[in-house]
Design a protein around this ligand. Structure first.
Ligand code: FMN
Length: 197
């Protein structure tokens, strides 16, 4: 966390765009492409939902044993990219990840629908699955194991926080002369600069 005014300006701008996106008629206005890099230097990318943000960073939740989880364990730097076509805006954020506290993770876990919590237990995310029926049998197994709404959170289901060290705001303009503004932390000082489109 930092109280650098330049960083707080970037977070305010991010919050304003997220608020704009939430006004749109989108199912998942906070979906973002998350890029991670494995030990072999090979990048991988997938969509995940941003589940909250504040000055400490932006959160998402997943299975720590998944491909992304394994890659983040080996290389803690991640990058995300949001795009909202109706807003003509893109935001890119990069930074190191840390684990969200157990308390915050539990709070979000407990807010999820029962089916999603059973599904999280049943899915050995990113591991080979021989057939669909195996997954369905695992769902039935955990459904029977946890009959009520009080379903414990599996240890492998965690929240990650990306602590931004670079935030770029891109806004489409005419003739491909788009606006690009980057906020970047170097040696603990945040600066803002424009980039050619
Ligand atoms: C719109 C959308 C939202 C998603 N949100 C999440 C999410 O929040 N967490 C998650 O683990 N996977 C989410 N997924 C699934 C991931 O894209 C991915 O298939 C999964 O996490 C496994 O990725 P990995 O094998 O690279 O770890 C989402 C997919 C889509 C299309």
């Amino acid at each position: 966390m930092t109280d650098d005014p330049m960083y707080l300006e970037a977070i305010d701008r991010f919050a304003a765009v997220i608020a704009e996106a939430k006004q749109l008629d989108l199912k998942d206005p906070t979906v973002m492409a998350l890029a991670t890099v494995g030990v072999d230097g090979r990048p991988s990318v997938r969509m995940v939902l941003m589940r909250g943000f504040d000055e400490r960073g932006i959160n998402f939740f997943t299975n720590v044993g998944s491909r992304k989880g394994q890659e983040l364990a080996a290389n803690t730097i991640a990058a995300v990219c949001f795009h909202w076509e109706p807003l003509l805006k893109q935001i890119r954020i990069e930074g190191a990840v840390e684990m969200v506290s157990d308390e915050e993770t539990d709070a979000y876990w407990n807010s999820r629908p029962r089916d999603s919590r059973i599904g999280a237990w049943a899915s050995d995310q990113s591991q080979p699955l021989d057939r669909r029926e195996t997954l369905e049998a695992r769902v039935a197994e955990f459904d029977a194991k946890f009959p009520g709404d009080d379903i414990p959170r599996p240890d492998f289901w965690r929240g990650y926080r990306i602590i931004p060290d670079r935030i770029e705001f891109w806004h489409s303009r005419n003739a491909r002369l788009h606006d690009r503004e980057v906020y970047e932390r170097t040696a603990n000082v945040w600066t803002r600069m424009r980039l050619y489109p």
